[in-house]
Design a protein around this ligand. Structure first.
Ligand code: GDG
Length: 492
């Protein structure tokens, strides 16, 4: 945290992201609630902003967002511990539809994930995507008070913003982080506007991805589709006399973790969760936590649980799987279908194996408060992350952080960025139901000593490579770049 603050030299951090860390909604009784959205980006970046202060630009999406912000759309947060600003940017319903649901989530999201959902690219959505990127770039320019600010552009919603910011603020340090995978060159060329996306991103000083593979894919695409010079060893791309560094910065979570620190001891969490779910003391609990998204492999996960009961009938009545599934992108057809499919699958498995009041699968299709998510983590014997493809996956790291008792088993899809770091998890191919159910069984029978040994290694890794390290490494690279540019300015 301190390194981070030192490298900012008292500058304010400017973040551009679609999602705001706190949104205000009006409840049916007229009161206003503050919601902390389920989003990996928010989970990672919010502690960084608390440590550094600054302004977070985001789409104002809450039903009471306008009335709780000032005339410029600004509001101080976190509530009760105010240390930075959110600056809300207002989008029209058409813009929100085209830019967010359309181009970003029906186009780029499936394009970048190998999850076999055909991407949709509509010219109308693309126009909204361009307009919204411009709107955010203009909002940032109105707010900044120097000609060389440090701006952090976040995610696939803003591929064009770095170029737009660069044209307006040539001396800015623009760090862009892409939170999802970057596919190979052939795949990215499916997007009719792939050259524009690449050119937009190359307005950045640094483009960051979770893994080296995604960096290589990005470099390959720039090489194939743009007039650009590549420095493969130095991982840099030069275009129009400007250079962009391409770097892997594996994202992480806050450590020490405020939700762990404020949670009751693991035994107390277990007692309260078991009472809540009506489980016997000697029962076993498994869990999953996800936005309800087809890339997360929730159906494959439930099928692996079903297969487990077939393999080990003795677990019927003794093992329960809790799936927290926070509704996400619910206006998109594909997500509505997923919602129905997951519900039907859980109901079928429950009808097949359930008895009396006991159900093998407890599906909570609602947003859960973070304190409760961590209470469940601390109670569960295993956590299964079965993403079909995932840039990083923070749930895996959160489960490890939650287990200060060094108990519990993480089962992790090998198609997540996290699998490269958390090698002591039981790693599986989530499409392989036999292998996944065998891993569930191994987790349930794993001796406590082995659980402890695996957890220790993973906890040490996440503690050291926490989210402050992620942001710190980017800012250190940025401050080196700034020093070099200053020197070049002096010498020219
Ligand atoms: C993207 C990339 C990358 C989930 N349900 C609830 C809830 N969550 C929280 C989890 C976790 C976060 O949402 C999900 O993070 P992930 O990393 O798993 O996934 P994405 O949202 O897809 O994030 C991903 C990430 O960006 C960061 O770069 O790791 O690969 O896809 O923090 O705990 N939180 C609450 N209630 C829920 O119901 N409070």
């Amino acid at each position: 945290k301190l390194t981070l603050q030192r490298h900012l030299h008292g500058e304010r951090m400017i973040v551009v992201a679609n999602r705001e860390p706190y949104l205000h909604n009006r409840r049916p009784d007229g009161s206003i609630e503050v919601v902390h959205p389920a989003s990996g980006l928010v989970s990672a970046l919010e502690p960084v902003m608390r440590a550094c202060s600054g302004v977070w630009f985001a789409h104002g999406a809450g039903s009471a967002d306008r009335e709780t912000a000032d005339a410029q759309g600004r509001i101080r947060v976190p509530p009760g511990e105010e240390s930075y600003w959110i600056r809300r940017v207002w989008l029209t319903p058409e813009q929100e539809h085209g830019y967010y649901y359309g181009f970003s989530n029906e186009g780029l999201w499936p394009l970048c994930h190998v999850a076999h959902n055909r991407p949709l690219f509509r010219a109308e959505d693309w126009r909204h995507y361009q307009d919204v990127n411009l709107k955010f770039a203009d909002a940032v320019c109105q707010e900044v008070d120097s000609d060389d600010p440090v701006i952090l552009v976040q995610d696939y919603h803003f591929a064009l913003a770095p170029r737009l910011l660069r044209e307006r603020l040539p001396r800015a340090t623009i760090l862009t982080f892409w939170h999802i995978p970057w596919p190979n060159a052939e795949q990215i060329s499916i997007c009719p506007w792939h050259k524009e996306l690449l050119d937009g991103l190359l307005g950045s000083s640094i483009v960051g991805f979770h893994t080296r593979l995604h960096c290589n894919n990005f470099m390959e695409a720039a090489d194939r589709f743009l007039e650009a010079r590549l420095d493969r060893e130095g991982l840099a791309i030069s275009r129009n006399e400007r250079s962009t560094l391409v770097r892997a910065y594996p994202i992480s979570i806050e450590w020490p973790n405020r939700w762990v620190e404020s949670a009751p001891a693991s035994d107390a969490c277990r007692a309260s969760v078991f009472a809540e779910l009506g489980l016997k003391e000697d029962a076993k609990l498994g869990m999953g936590v996800d936005r309800l998204d087809y890339t997360k492999g929730i159906e494959e996960r439930l099928r692996a649980v079903e297969r487990l009961f077939e393999r080990e009938p003795a677990l019927v009545g003794r093992f329960t799987f809790l799936q927290l599934a926070s509704p996400s992108r619910t206006l998109i057809d594909r997500y509505q279908r997923l919602n129905d499919d997951v519900e039907q699958l859980a109901a079928r498995i429950n009808a097949r194996f359930g008895a009396d009041l006991w159900r093998p699968i407890v599906l909570k299709r609602e947003h859960t408060e973070p304190a409760d998510v961590f209470r469940y983590y601390r109670a569960a014997d295993l956590c299964y992350v079965s993403s079909l493809h995932d840039g990083m996956n923070l749930v895996a790291k959160e489960y490890v952080a939650a287990r200060d008792d060094e108990q519990g088993v993480l089962i992790l899809s090998k198609f997540t960025g996290a699998a490269q770091e958390l090698t002591e998890a039981l790693q599986v191919n989530p499409y392989d139901i036999e292998e996944s159910s065998a891993a569930l069984s191994a987790a349930l029978h794993m001796p406590r000593d082995e659980q402890r040994a695996r957890m220790r290694v993973m906890r040490a890794l996440v503690a050291e490579f926490n989210v402050y390290r992620w942001a710190g490494r980017m800012l250190i690279d940025a401050s080196r770049l700034r020093q070099r540019e200053q020197l070049a300015g002096l010498l020219s």
